[in-house]
Design a protein around this ligand. Structure first.
Ligand code: TMP
Length: 207
């Protein structure tokens, strides 16, 4: 168990590389827990506009620092408008990506200093760090199969090295903080993965 049950809801993060199935499982878990389902980037109307720029493949000259700040701006808005009020009202929040995606993509992936990313985001999240992080890891063949079916966005078009650094970053964060993170094998069938996630939530949060 992560800690004593609070009067507020629990903040649960789904993280992982593209094509790992986290959106599906975030939606399933949120339905099971009657939690608020949300996402970063794009969890608010303002965030949706920021997301458009971040994903647009015609945006070819966005600086890495600007990219990191835009992700943090999306987050500041999302935390203040969606996450904090829901938690304060006693609702659980399930978020498809959180602050850890900026550490993975802009920190490990782009190579920006992790300490800088952390401090910008300390400010953006205003004390709201997820209490449980479910890291979904799918085998590369499964990810490639799913990606072949999609129109790739600006991040998905990055080279294999970028995606390897992102995944290694997620795994390093999970290894360094096993108290908050659970690594889920997302290569199995959807119901088995869903059951593993459900069990992890019970084990860690008592829900
Ligand atoms: P997704 O919402 O379809 O998972 O795509 C979001 C993309 O944005 C994904 O490639 C990861 C990227 N991203 C960042 O680079 N930094 C961030 O902070 C977040 C939330 C997402």
């Amino acid at each position: 168990m992560v800690g004593v049950r609070m009067t507020t809801g629990w903040y649960i993060a789904f993280e992982g590389a593209e094509g790992c199935g986290k959106s599906t499982h975030a939606a399933r878990l949120a339905a099971t827990l009657d939690a608020v389902l949300t996402r970063e980037t794009g969890g608010t109307a303002i965030g949706a506009r920021i997301r458009e720029i971040l994903h647009d493949t015609s945006v070819t000259n966005l600086s890495h620092r600007a990219e990191a700040l835009m992700a943090a701006a999306d987050r500041a808005q999302h935390i203040e408008q969606v996450v904090a009020p829901a938690l304060a009202a006693g609702r659980h929040v399930v978020s498809d990506r959180t602050v850890y995606s900026t550490l993975a993509y802009q920190g490990y992936g782009r190579g920006l200093p992790l300490q800088d990313i952390r401090s910008i985001n300390e400010w953006a999240v205003d004390g709201h760090w997820p209490e449980l992080v479910l890291l979904l890891v799918a085998p590369p063949e499964m990810v490639e199969r799913r990606m072949r079916k999609r129109q790739l966005d600006r991040f998905e078009q990055e080279d294999a090295g970028f995606h390897q650094r992102v995944l290694a970053g997620f795994l390093e964060m999970a290894a360094n903080d096993p108290h908050h993170w659970v690594v889920i094998d997302a290569g199995l069938d959807v119901d088995t993965v869903g059951a593993t996630i459900r069990q992890a939530v019970t084990d860690r949060l008592g829900l």
